[in-house]
Design a protein around this ligand. Structure first.
Ligand code: ZN
Length: 255
């Protein structure tokens, strides 16, 4: 099951584990859970957190009427008649009611925090990717407007890829504008190599195209002015990059 497919369901898992999900969402989620092991595992985590918290709480005497109110709420509408309600009844049957009241508040708090943490991390990642992309594109635009910039064609080793490289011979920065670069496989990254006059390779940075079938702008940073290099190559390397090229070459550029 793909991550995208799971996203709407994963958002509901914590609420579902706490019996707080609307009936229409419960049915859709339970259908999804039947065929998705990933979401079942995540649900199990939420439940384990809930049970762990219940076990850790001190026993206290319940306020009058709490048991009746909670029982009524848990029986509630049809929304509670699910695998969840059976699990929850078992948990509730094992602990004192005073614990349950505190635990419900606790679990809600923890689940809400976990959920926003996950969402925040995803948002931060998306934002970082976006900022990087905008910065790369700004460099390319700035370079286009810069006098003395040379535009050199990219020679692809794989079909469908096209591109140009903007080079400032006196400077140490070049931008590579590529179309239709495929995304590397899991655990792999693309690495740019500057080729010096002796044929040595110097890393010009790592990159991963963010979307299939569109353009990618890569800013290549050189340790010396680019006039000292004769060209550039891009290879497939393991995540984190390599000290020297090890993987197949995807494209090259002659300055
Ligand atoms: Zn799923």
């Amino acid at each position: 099951m793909s991550r995208e497919e799971c996203t709407p369901y994963r958002e509901n898992l914590a609420a579902y584990a706490l019996g707080a999900l609307d009936m229409e969402d419960v049915q859709a989620l339970e259908t999804h859970l039947q065929r998705c092991a990933g979401c079942r595992a995540e649900l199990a985590d939420y439940r384990a957190i809930g049970e762990g918290l219940l076990a850790a709480l001190p026993r206290r005497d319940p306020p009058a009427g709490l048991k009746r109110r909670l029982a009524a709420r848990l029986r509630g509408s049809g929304a509670r008649r699910s695998g969840f309600s059976m699990w929850w009844s078992r948990v509730v049957g094992r602990v004192a009611w005073g614990q349950v009241a505190t635990a419900v508040a606790f679990v809600l708090l923890v689940a809400a925090n976990l959920l926003s943490l996950v969402q925040m991390r995803e948002l931060q990642h998306q934002q970082a990717v976006l900022v990087e992309r905008v910065e790369s594109e700004q460099v390319a635009i700035a370079m286009l407007a810069y006098p003395g910039i040379q535009s050199v064609p990219v020679r692809p080793d794989i079909e469908g890829v096209a591109g140009q490289m903007l080079v400032d011979p006196d400077g140490r920065i070049a931008t590579l504008i590529l179309w239709n670069m495929p995304r590397p496989r899991q655990g792999e990254v693309y690495q740019a190599w500057l080729i010096d006059e002796q044929g040595g390779r110097v890393s010009g940075g790592l990159f991963t195209p963010q979307e299939e079938g569109t353009f990618t702008v890569v800013v290549v940073a050189a340790p010396d002015p680019l006039e000292k290099f004769t060209g550039l190559g891009v290879t497939v390397e393991p995540q984190g990059g390599s000290p020297a090229p090890t993987g197949p070459r995807l494209l090259s550029v002659d300055f």
